[in-house]
Design a binder for this molecule. Structure first.
Ligand SMILES: Cc1cc2nc3c(=O)[nH]c(=O)nc-3n(C[C@H](O)[C@H](O)[C@H](O)COP(=O)(O)O)c2cc1C
Length: 371
């Protein structure tokens, strides 16, 4: 079905196709959820289940941040078969994001470029949407990704307050909170990934945790390493420091990776890339360096801090390799755009086949086997 629909969707402007797909998903959520479940849903193989961060994941495949920015579609993602979803990024203040056009396809590379700029309805409203819908989302684990409001004038102490406000708004509805310290679209220069800045941010959130008492586990979402690391160049020393800082504040795990600002190794020609301009690259070209970072983080932490692998997971083979490199879970965004709603099942079934061939009895056994 998607094979027939995709050429039509791909003829539309990418953001219009995206809005149309989300509108159809919303309609399906209101009217046809059982039908969606029958068409593409599946019963997860119990050998793929894991308990991580104190939550049970029916299988390892989730939806990456940025598709359901306003947290409206938890029941639909559950019907497609996702085990978990990252809503957001949600920011303290609502934002319209960058001017359009801001989303581009690179079909020859099975990639996208976006500079959406954190458009979202604001963390309070995102939390409200999740609260209204999640009782119909079954066992879906709902993570909420928070980021700093897209406004370069919010700096220093105000930036920390802004993050704290988003955190306060979502803690009550989130099973996990992902702190997005790696958005490449916000023109701010340095990000909170710089270890000192990360320390300041995590300290500010820890104060908040102190006020609020029990809060959901925190994960940190990182940017991809330079492209050369995919071909054996050493990883920047920064990551060891980031891991140390994260440990100090009881961070539960990592999401690796966000999109890349560069255009390394693409088939698309120079003129096409010039016409697109700046933005974060996602999809197949990210796979090798995202995997390299997963492996690096797994080694740095001795597998003690679970990693969510994201970036160029375009097939079940990719998902299997990412898990063997050290990811306990995987997420998809661009793969779903290229492969369609049946992709979750494709990934699940492919992982089951790999597991059968491997001789392992559960998926947890193969996590980090090639780290
Ligand atoms: C259009 C678009 C919007 C995105 N928005 C966000 C966002 O708001 N917050 C975030 O943390 N990541 C965002 N991402 C990054 C994805 O969550 C993911 O890390 C990245 O796309 C790599 O995965 P993929 O290759 O499967 O797409 C966005 C990606 C795309 C393509």
């Amino acid at each position: 079905m998607y094979a027939r629909l995709r050429p039509l969707l791909f003829r539309l402007d990418p953001e219009r196709a995206h809005d149309l797909a989300l509108a159809l998903a919303g309609l399906a959520q209101r009217q046809f959820l059982p039908r969606v479940r029958r068409a593409v849903g599946f019963r997860p193989d119990p050998r793929l289940a894991q308990t991580l961060f104190g939550r049970s994941f029916a299988h390892p495949v989730g939806l990456a941040a940025g598709l359901d920015k306003n947290g409206r579609l938890a029941p639909f993602w559950n019907a497609l078969g996702f085990a978990f979803v990252e809503m957001g990024s949600a920011t303290a203040r609502a934002s319209l994001g960058n001017p359009k056009p801001r989303l581009f396809r690179l079909p020859a590379d099975r990639a996208l470029v976006n500079r959406m700029g954190l458009n979202n309805a604001g963390a309070e409203r995102v939390a409200r949407s999740i609260r209204l819908t999640r009782s119909r989302a079954g066992r879906l684990v709902v993570a909420v990704n928070i980021a700093k409001t897209h406004d370069p004038s919010i700096l220093g102490a105000a930036a920390l307050d802004d993050f704290r406000e988003a955190f306060r708004a979502v803690v009550g509805v989130a099973d996990l909170v992902v702190v997005n310290v790696s958005c490449p679209n916000t023109r701010e220069g340095t990000t909170f990934e710089e270890p000192k800045a990360l320390d300041g941010l995590l300290r500010a959130l820890a104060v908040e945790v102190g006020y609020l008492g029990a809060t959901p586990p925190l994960l940190i979402k990182l940017a991809p390493p330079p492209a050369a690391t995919a071909h054996g160049s050493p990883m920047p020393g920064l990551y060891a420091e980031v891991v140390d800082v994260a440990r100090r504040y009881d961070v539960a795990g990592f999401v690796a990776t966000n999109t890349a600002p560069d255009r390394a190794g693409l088939a698309a020609d120079h003129a096409t890339l010039e016409a697109i301009g700046r933005g974060g690259l996602s999809g197949a070209p990210l796979a090798e360096r995202s995997t390299a970072l997963v492996r690096h983080l797994y080694r740095l932490t001795n597998g003690t801090m679970p990693i969510v692998g994201v970036g160029g997971v375009m097939s079940a083979d990719d998902a299997w390799r990412r898990m063997r490199a050290g990811a306990s879970l995987v997420e998809v965004y661009t793969g779903l755009i290229y492969e369609g709603p049946g992709f979750v099942r494709t990934l699940h079934d492919g992982l089951v086949q790999h597991l059968d061939r491997s001789g392992a009895s559960t998926i947890a056994e193969i996590v980090g086997a090639d780290a």
